[in-house]
Design a protein around this ligand. Structure first.
Ligand SMILES: [Ca+2]
Ligand SMILES: [Ca+2]
Length: 299
């Protein structure tokens, strides 16, 4: 059988050769572009040749330590000029906690074993490469002088507490996170932004007695009565506390603040009922760290 198919291929090549094709094939284009950055994990590699190719020889000429044959599927277009290489798994992203990490580079070579239908080999090997996106997971600590709580009479401390006091006074928690280390949404794709609240103490029964706990976006310059009462610039979202850590999705608020050029994201938490009037504490208190954990993709 091998002899028969070899003879047929030889006949085809002989016929093509008799028409005088002595021109080696070339690579007209690759996608992603050579040297591209910020390539997505679902990218396919597309190689366009100058003429119909010997498909098996050309597939064999594709060499990549980053994408071995076992990790990809090869597909040709109808006239055999364009080879599409589809990775079977998402292309990896470099992962890190800040933008100092280097992107991962994917390289591949088309060796001179690639040949056209007449058996003309590519003149020389060519190597192409591109960088995938980087995935950054960054924790922004709360700005401590601008985070804590305000009591309804204007008393403030840096301890984040929400609820009421034994004198039936309302406490609202306030959080400020600087956005100065975060890139513009024009260059980064934001995947998530969560405030992580670690419960340090629950006194009384705030959830049962004070109604819904809500969170809003606010703007203030110091911890004080303005921060306590300033109108919200987002609709309230209901927070259900979980122990020991409550994760609050603030992605839309953070992206809106970044798009507006704000220096920080500021949040206020309060219960629906200022106090239950029972002359006793009902509050939730949190650890001071309260990181804003932001995950984004960057070229
Ligand atoms: Ca040719
Ligand atoms: Ca109370």
């Amino acid at each position: 059988m091998g002899g028969v198919s070899g003879g047929a291929a030889g006949a085809v090549n002989a016929g093509a050769g008799s028409l005088g094709d002595v021109t080696p094939p070339t690579v007209l284009s690759v996608s992603p572009d050579d040297g591209a950055t910020g390539v997505r994990s679902d990218a396919e590699i597309v190689i366009e040749f100058s003429e119909p190719m010997n498909q098996s020889a050309t597939v064999a000429a594709f060499q990549s330590a980053d994408l071995p044959d076992s990790a990809v599927e090869f597909e040709w277009n109808g006239d055999g000029t364009t080879l599409t290489i589809t990775p079977l798994a998402p292309l990896p992203y470099a992962e890190g906690t800040d933008e100092g990490i280097n992107a991962l580079t994917i390289s591949f070579t088309i060796t001179n074993a690639a040949e056209d239908l007449a058996g003309n080999q590519k003149a020389s090997a060519e190597t192409f490469s591109f960088d995938t996106l980087r995935r950054i997971t960054r924790d922004v600590g709360a700005a401590l002088t601008m985070s804590g709580h305000v009591r309804e009479d204007g008393d403030v401390t840096g301890i984040p507490v929400v609820g009421d006091t034994n004198f039936n006074m309302e406490l609202r928690a306030l959080l400020t996170h600087s956005l100065s280390l975060l890139p513009s949404p024009d260059t980064a794709e934001y995947l998530s932004a969560d405030v992580l609240l670690t419960e340090s103490e629950i006194r009384g029964t705030p959830a049962a007695d004070l109604g819904e706990l809500t969170l809003v976006s606010v703007a203030f310059e110091t911890l004080g009565l303005t921060a306590f009462s300033v109108a919200a610039d987002s609709s309230p979202r209901v927070i259900t506390l979980t122990s020991p850590v409550t994760t609050i999705d603030v992605l839309s608020l953070v992206v809106a603040d970044l798009e507006a050029g704000a220096a920080e994201t500021q949040l206020r938490m309060q219960y629906a009922t200022p106090t239950d009037g029972n002359d006793d504490f009902d509050f939730a208190m949190f650890a001071l760290e309260m990181p804003l954990r932001v995950v984004y993709l960057l070229p």
